[in-house]
Design a protein around this ligand. Sequence first.
Ligand SMILES: [Zn+2]
Length: 402
Amino acid sequence: MKQVFTGIAELHTPRERLEQAAFAVQDGRFVWVGAEADLPEEYRGWPRTDLGGRGVLPGLVDAHTHLVYGGNRLDEYLKRARGERYEAILAAGGGIYATVRATGAASEDELYEEARARAQLFLAQGVTALEIKSGYGLLPEAELKMLRVIRRLGETLPQRVFPTLLAHVVPGGWEREEYVAMFTAELIPEVARSGLAQAVDVFCDPGAFTLEETRRILEAALSHGLKVKLHAEQIAHTGATRLAAELGALSADHLEQSTPQDWQALAASGTIGTVLPGAAVILRKPFPKARAMWDAGVRVAIATDHNPGSSPLYSPWLAMQLTMSLGRLSAEEALFAHTENAALALGRANLGRIAVGSRADFVVVDSTSALMPLYQWGHTPIHSTYVGGRRVFRAASPGSLP
Ligand SMILES: [Zn+2]
């Protein structure tokens, strides 16, 4: 399939900003990007799509979501808003355990349909690739059930889906040692063999897994050829970020309690530092120091951490806006963090960029200004979303161009 896209008032690649731009797409990849006036002769005869003088951005990449779950935790959200602590709710059997029960009670079809509806809301905001974690099953069969739902999403959603097996908490009735042994000796080999996950993630924090347990789980994952990533330094400082750097993890995520030494380790290893603004703000925790991390040489990514408890966040744009205001990134840096750097957090250098050789995933903004969605809080002017050069979403009633 060959196609040329023109009528782009402003393009952020995100490395560069171009005006009056155009690009050519062949077989789902960008083969030329530049000023429309410079469109080479060889592409002039290709079928054209005029984007109407709008802004265009790379498709957003959400590299950290828990999109598959049963039920919701509105009750807990209201309690926390009244000042109850999450740790107390968790200790009383709520929190993650409430979602584990609701997810266990739901059928695979129900989990699939609910997650598909959520993914559609993300598509409408320009998210063209997303990671989805298991972790609300805990027991082997229940984790595999979640991963099968994620695989089905990957087969049917317009977006690219990256499945991750998450070691979330030790289930009730299990000895810690017994659970870690099962996870490393049975679940990880089974997941690797069946191809149900590309990466393994561990929630390394008080109440979840210790640093030593985390190391054992991640080393087992690496030995089976899976990539690794971490929930690191969210509630307490555990050393998980430096472990991520040491093991060559794709990313260390959260980082609310991370230190300058942690940032040096990330910068030196190339492990992405992913900030999750939703969880930090909703749980009223310190906001990750995105500016200082960026300046220390960390490749910073932003993700929604969409989940029913700590981050019922449906907007990557709000995640970027919060990181601009509270994490002190510029708009261009926030965009970079939710596109190119987020793609690297998935291990995919060919996503999140509008550049020759990259997958032709992009968002058409319903404005002449490509960064308008970062300026407008609470209203996201998206015109359409493309994956592999194919339009997979179009707003029902796009507004007139401001
Ligand atoms: Zn998470």
